[in-house]
Design a protein around this ligand. Structure first.
Ligand code: NAP
Length: 313
């Protein structure tokens, strides 16, 4: 039985692992997708100490750091089931393999939100994708639409504009919630058109995407011809596994934690985008901070020899 199973392979998970390793806890880091959402950041720009670094570079460094400790084990695979046992928790993998741990840190991150408009599912992978920064380079010389007004959409539009012929940035309001840094970047691009106060209502196509349909006319039409649509309307916390243990969520559906990153279930902790912490501000810096706090709390919990299982009193 390992001291702590950290579920997730992103920034919060690997930061927690660096700390639990140095606390001399036997640590298992386990997850399905290496790097998590951080892999999509082409330009990070706000990781202190690194002016010019990409998400994939940072993720590689976090992982190498965590795995440099002999007491850290790394496994890639989908965890299907989590249940309490007499002395901790059992994880069951999709493969049928099981792992036992005294404590758990959920660092399961989040998944991209879908709009569920007609045509979205039909053309998913045929012009509709959920990561502008990952997929823009397949649209060299083409016309694309990016939907959303947060950092993912505005950064995505700025990156897409480097290769695409034309980028339509479609946002439901006339203000962006993205960092002004990214808004300035996108404003500098001559091939970005702002389509504001409009919603995407349908993706049109014929085998592949040919146009988007808006809820209101823009430049005399409610359709814009495009070859690709990047839907960047935020993400939904990945809480299926914590729910299996009876963990509580907050009003926004994030895994509820206290200041020490404890959930309501004894022996269960959490860090990163999945949690209600850090004012829901999903950043490398907040994920790392939460991961370190969760690890420190696990250390204190195991040192105190606290009991296992059940809701916290
Ligand atoms: P986000 O900040 O939640 O923004 C989602 C955007 O989608 C908002 O503009 C929102 O509109 C819009 N939206 C949501 N639901 C919609 C709907 N049903 N129809 C139309 N529009 C909808 O998500 P994000 O941009 O993916 O960013 C997530 C987190 O990652 C943030 O903390 C962000 O700072 C971070 N991030 C950072 C970087 C970076 O620093 N390099 C890059 C990417 C992401 P409203 O504005 O009207 O609510």
């Amino acid at each position: 039985m390992t001291d702590v199973a950290i579920i997730g392979l992103g920034c919060a998970a690997y930061t927690a692992a660096v700390y639990t390793a140095r606390y001399k806890l036997d640590t298992l880091v386990i997850g399905e997708e290496e790097g998590g959402m951080g892999m999509t950041a082409v330009e990070v720009g706000n990781w202190p100490g690194d002016i010019d670094v990409t998400g994939p570079d940072l993720m590689e460094r976090y992982k190498n750091h965590a795995l440099s400790f002999d007491n850290v084990t790394h496994k890639v695979g989908r965890v299907e089931k989590v249940e309490q046992t007499d002395d901790g928790f059992r994880l069951t993998m999709q493969s049928g393999d099981t792992e036992e741990a005294r404590t758990i840190i959920f660092a399961t991150g989040s998944n991209k939100r879908h709009l569920d408009v007609p045509g979205e599912k039909e053309f998913s992978g045929k012009g509709v994708t959920y990561c502008a920064t990952c997929d823009a380079f397949f649209y060299r010389g083409k016309d694309v639409a990016v939907i959303g007004g947060g950092d993912s959409a505005v950064e995505g539009a700025a990156i897409a504009a480097q290769v695409a012929n034309k980028v339509y940035l479609v946002h439901r309001r006339n203000e962006f919630r993205a960092e002004p840094y990214w808004v300035d970047k996108v404003n500098e691009k001559e091939n970005v058109e702002f389509v504001l106060e409009r919603n995407l209502v349908e993706v049109l196509g014929d085998g592949k995407v040919t146009a988007i349909k808006l809820d209101k006319e823009w430049n005399g039409s409610d359709e814009i011809k495009v070859d690709g649509v990047f839907i960047e309307v935020g993400s939904i916390p990945a809480v299926d596994l914590p729910k299996q243990l009876g963990c509580e969520m907050d009003e926004r559906g994030h895994l509820k934690v206290d200041d020490a990153m404890k959930t309501n279930i004894t022996g269960v902790f959490a860090a990163g985008d999945v949690t209600s912490a850090s004012n829901h501000f999903a950043q490398f810096a907040t994920a790392a901070g939460e991961g370190s706090v969760a690890a420190n709390t696990v250390f204190a919990y195991l040192q105190a020899g606290e009991g296992h299982g059940g809701a916290m009193g």
